[in-house]
Design a protein around this ligand. Structure first.
Ligand SMILES: [Zn+2]
Ligand SMILES: [Zn+2]
Length: 367
């Protein structure tokens, strides 16, 4: 296995230092000397939105996970938008991302959290990796796409033209091209980069594990605000091919909203949605496991009392889930599903209450 001599990839180190430096310090100086015009924050927000959505809706949910289908035109649009984020080509991004999902937290996971917060955040980008591990693989399906093939050849040109020259020209139209590049390119790229990086670091570190207690991935509604809905990472790791990351209607997930809205026009189609009973199943498994862990730490007399209660509730939940699964096969009417749903919600609520009490008891015992 060939290994590069230096620990760091100095080109990457240079660019990932220069972007935040110019983006934050440079923009601050520019504001100090020349002030701000309204076009500048608008430029920042619009280019952030475009490039961020290019990554989430394009690179991530369309190309890496194939969670929906679309026409060639939107593939090209998302390819161009995603290129503006300067996060490498679709092929490299998707190859890394598929490895991350296939073997999470292993040696083959390019941004494994087991190597630490810093490594999962940016270390893996700036450090040299073994050639073998760095290889683009598992993306043959994407190589057939015209947008992907074109991007592989001209990635840097697309990124420079749309990411720097276009903001420069927009700025030129109102007489502040330097300000436009500082806001619309350098500061915006810094924000897009670190928002994406935080999914690999923070979202494998802090947050709830409602759907899979064994995964390091966690749900964070807060991170979703900066990542166009990608903060619901525990759900995403459990059900990676779902086009949604935030499943409740109020979950901030603009990528999901856009994919959904476009499906009404036929531009996006075959949206992949996890069956609801499977989502409930994962929730019950997760809460059961977490309660079992706490049960170990409380005294015997209370243990059997709680254990009995939990087992009865989990059994009822499993019976409903199985009945739901069966009626799903024969396409029962909506009212049946609604009833299952409300019953499961009630059981889950009861389990949460017990879980809360259990936590309190274990805290009392440990203090
Ligand atoms: Zn992840
Ligand atoms: Zn993913």
């Amino acid at each position: 296995m060939k290994k590069s001599h230096s620990k760091y990839n100095w080109t990457m180190v240079f660019f990932l230092t220069i972007f935040p430096l110019v983006g934050i310090v440079g923009t601050s100086f520019y504001i100090y000397f020349y002030g701000v015009v309204w076009q500048e924050p608008i430029l920042l927000l619009s280019f952030w939105f475009i490039s961020g959505m290019g990554i989430t809706m394009g690179y991530h949910r369309l190309f890496s996970h194939k969670s929906y289908q679309t026409n060639v035109f939107l593939e090209w649009v998302l390819m161009i938008f995603g290129s503006l984020a300067l996060e490498n080509t679709i092929l490299k991004w998707s190859s890394d991302h598929r490895k991350h999902h296939n073997k999470p937290e292993s040696e083959d996971d390019p941004y494994s959290i087991t190597k630490g917060f810093w490594y999962a955040h940016i270390g893996w980008v700036v450090e040299n990796t073994d050639e073998e591990k760095n290889k683009i693989m598992g993306v043959k399906d994407l190589e057939k796409k015209s947008a992907v093939r074109f991007q592989s050849k001209y990635y840097l040109y697309i990124a420079v033209v749309f990411g720097f020259i276009v903001p420069f020209l927009i700025g030129l139209s109102y007489g502040r091209p330097i300000g436009a590049v500082l806001w619309g390119s350098f500061l915006r790229i810094t924000l897009v980069h670190h928002a994406t990086f935080f999914i690999n670091s923070l979202c494998h570190y802090v947050g709830r594990r409602t759907y899979d207690l064994e995964s390091t991935a966690r749900d964070s509604w807060f991170m979703s605000l900066f990542t166009f809905g990608e903060g619901y990472h525990n759900y995403h790791h459990k059900f990676p091919s779902d086009f949604r990351n935030g499943i409740s209607w109020f979950a901030f997930d603009p990528s999901k909203w856009f994919i959904n809205i476009l499906s009404f026009t036929g531009i996006t189609k075959n949206l992949r949605r996890t069956k609801e009973y499977l989502i409930f199943k994962s929730k019950f498994e997760s809460i059961h496991k977490s309660m079992n862990t706490i049960l170990f730490s409380i005294d015997e007399s209370h243990k059997s009392f709680y254990d009995e209660k939990i087992k009865t509730l989990i059994q009822s939940a499993n019976e409903i889930i199985n009945a739901w699964k069966e009626s799903d096969k024969i396409m029962s009417d909506m009212s049946t599903f609604k009833q299952y749903k409300s019953e499961l919600k009630k059981i889950y609520k009861d389990l949460k209450k017990i879980s809360k009490n259990l936590k309190k008891e274990s805290l009392v015992l440990s203090s």
